[in-house]
Design a protein around this ligand. Structure first.
Ligand code: FAD
Length: 511
């Protein structure tokens, strides 16, 4: 039997979002937009004394759909958040020291005779061809040359074969969305939540109390309080699935620097002995950080490694963050939905955190409750969000296990690891015949898996047998034409920094 403190099935009239980081303001903006015109009051509580996590710069292309739904203008957003464009991520030293590859937001070549091009490339390679798979990808070659343009709307053009995202200051993004949400009527309350009252029978959160004594009651609470999970864990003890056995990195040290060199339309992730280092160029600065595992390196050495590998002077003191990789057992429990770091955390190797916030919001809107809080809908939400997180976990872990490195304790640790079945099956299908098993609710589509597996030298033994249908000479001619098309298209693509200056520069870059 379902227990509820209010009449079952009446519409939600009061929503309280606890937390005003990126998750809180993305949620507030989306709910205020999608519930516009309905008698729903949305309040957001945040504490400037506690502050936000204050990092988070690289995004995925899906964020554009989020912004478009809200009616946000791209140039305005880019100016407000110091954003640059992002075509993918460059990985250095992951397969072997000295290797580099780009995981692009796009495919490698077109489908030829019904088969993805990389299978044909494998065949060409077996015939002695030495061209790079990368040379068939417009976003890879454009990124390598620091060039960018928006995708063409002509679906026949090479310049239409990619997506793009942003590299921006997530705190400025939150501030931008705050202005948006407040204009749509979201009420912001400054204060620190010190107490949570539960309904004695249902166990639902009834109200929260702030340090100054104010109480805020609501039908639905969205917990965006960051790692602490004030409501979902603090009040409702959801529990946490700890994934450190697979992803043991548990700390990061972050530092901004000035800009150096050309403005790359890509994020960089360089593997280190006990983790990896990020470099994310924005218009006004570069974000840098070292994600590492404290079992394998001290904080001092991790900071030293970061500082020694910066390419421009630091603009602040390095700042340390701690985390535990994993996710809440229940993202949604009773009348509380946890979004953002309150729901879980996976290291930012593939820029997935803000995307997982977006997933949390999208699924909440799809399964938006009434005050009955149907357990079937809650169960479905938790099922979907668990899958979103697990898919990302597997993809991140792939980077650590598809490697030939064994030069440090961390890399040897990964050699001996028992993989989750879901990832082991995926790797097996790949190594057997270059097949990427697609799945439900997977963020990363086959081209992403191909990029990482090929990029890290996990070469398949076979390929799709259908490629044998294509005549070898015809295949070589076709491959040459695809490469030339990419080369030509990239040559006609503007320089990334110039392109931003013309369309969306903040004062720092316009100067
Ligand atoms: P927070 O930013 O921690 O916000 C929590 C909010 O809750 C704050 O407003 C705080 O004041 C409030 N709060 C907490 N307790 C109380 C209380 N008692 N009373 C009132 N208010 C309270 N993501 C990406 O997509 N790309 C990246 O490149 C990326 N890099 C990252 C690097 C690192 C090292 C880390 C740790 C994270 C990174 N992320 C990245 C993740 C990204 O920073 C977060 O997902 C995102 O900022 C969302 O954070 P949040 O809003 O959930 O939490």
């Amino acid at each position: 039997m379902r227990a509820s403190c209010v009449m079952r099935g009446s519409p939600i009239e009061r929503i309280c979002i606890v937390g005003g980081g990126t998750a809180g303001w993305m949620t507030a903006a989306a709910l205020s937009n999608r519930l516009k015109g309905l008698p729903v009051a949305i309040r957001l509580i945040e504490s400037s004394e506690i502050g936000t996590v204050g990092v988070g710069e690289a995004t995925l292309p899906h964020i554009r759909a989020f912004n478009t739904t809200l009616g946000i203008s791209e140039p305005e957003l880019m100016r407000a958040t110091q954003a640059t464009f992002k075509l993918g991520i460059e990985f250095r030293d992951w397969g072997r020291i000295g290797d580099r590859y780009i995981h692009p937001f796009g495919d490698f070549g077109p489908v030829v005779d019904g088969v993805p091009f990389y299978h044909h490339w494998l065949r060409l390679r077996a015939l002695g061809d030495t061209t790079r798979l990368d040379d068939y990808s417009y976003p890879v070659v454009a990124a390598e040359q620091n060039r960018f343009r928006h995708p063409s709307t002509d679906i026949g053009a090479v310049e239409s074969t990619f997506g793009y995202a942003y590299q921006f200051d997530a705190s400025l993004y939150a501030a931008f969305l705050r202005r948006y949400a407040e204009a749509l009527g979201v009420e912001r309350l400054e204060g620190k939540v010190v107490e949570t009252a539960l309904h004695p029978q249902s166990g639902h959160v009834e109200r929260v109390t702030l340090a100054d004594g104010r109480t805020i009651a609501a039908d639905l609470f969205v917990d965006c309080s960051g790692f602490r999970g004030l409501l979902i864990e603090g009040a409702l003890a959801s529990g946490y699935d700890d994934w450190r056995r697979w992803l043991p990195c548990n700390r990061a040290v972050a530092v901004p620097t000035g800009s150096a060199g050309p403005l790359g339309p890509y994020t960089r992730a360089t593997a280190r002995t006990a983790g990896w280092q990020w470099r994310i160029p924005l218009q006004h600065r570069v974000g840098n950080g070292h994600v590492y595992c404290s079992d394998f390196i001290s904080d001092e050495d991790a900071t030293r490694q970061l500082v020694e590998n910066l390419d421009a002077p630091m603009q602040a003191e390095p700042r340390q963050l701690r985390f535990t990789t994993g996710r809440r057992r229940d993202f949604w429990k009773k009348n509380v939905v946890a979004i953002g770091l309150a729901g879980g955390f996976l290291e930012p190797l593939e820029s997935t955190s803000i995307h997982l916030i977006q997933d949390g919001i999208t699924e909440l809107l799809a399964l938006f409750p009434d005050t009955g809080f149907d357990p079937v809908e809650i169960g479905e939400y938790n099922r979907r969000m668990s899958l979103h997180y697990e898919r990302v976990r597997d993809f991140l872990l792939l980077h650590y296990v598809a490697t030939q490195r064994d030069d440090s304790e961390m890399w040897r640790h990964f050699r001996a690891l028992t993989l989750p079945d879901s990832l082991a099956e995926k790797i097996e299908a790949w190594t057997t015949r270059a097949y990427v098993v697609p799945y439900e609710f997977g963020l990363f589509l086959p081209p992403s898996w191909v990029a990482v597996m090929m990029g890290q030298n996990l070469m398949p033994r076979g390929h799709d047998p259908r490629v044998g249908r294509t005549d070898d000479t015809a295949l070589r001619t076709r491959a040459q034409a695809i490469r030339s098309g990419v080369t030509r298209a990239v040559a006609g693509t503007p320089d990334h920094a110039d392109y931003i200056r013309r369309s969306a520069a903040a004062a720092s870059l316009a100067a």
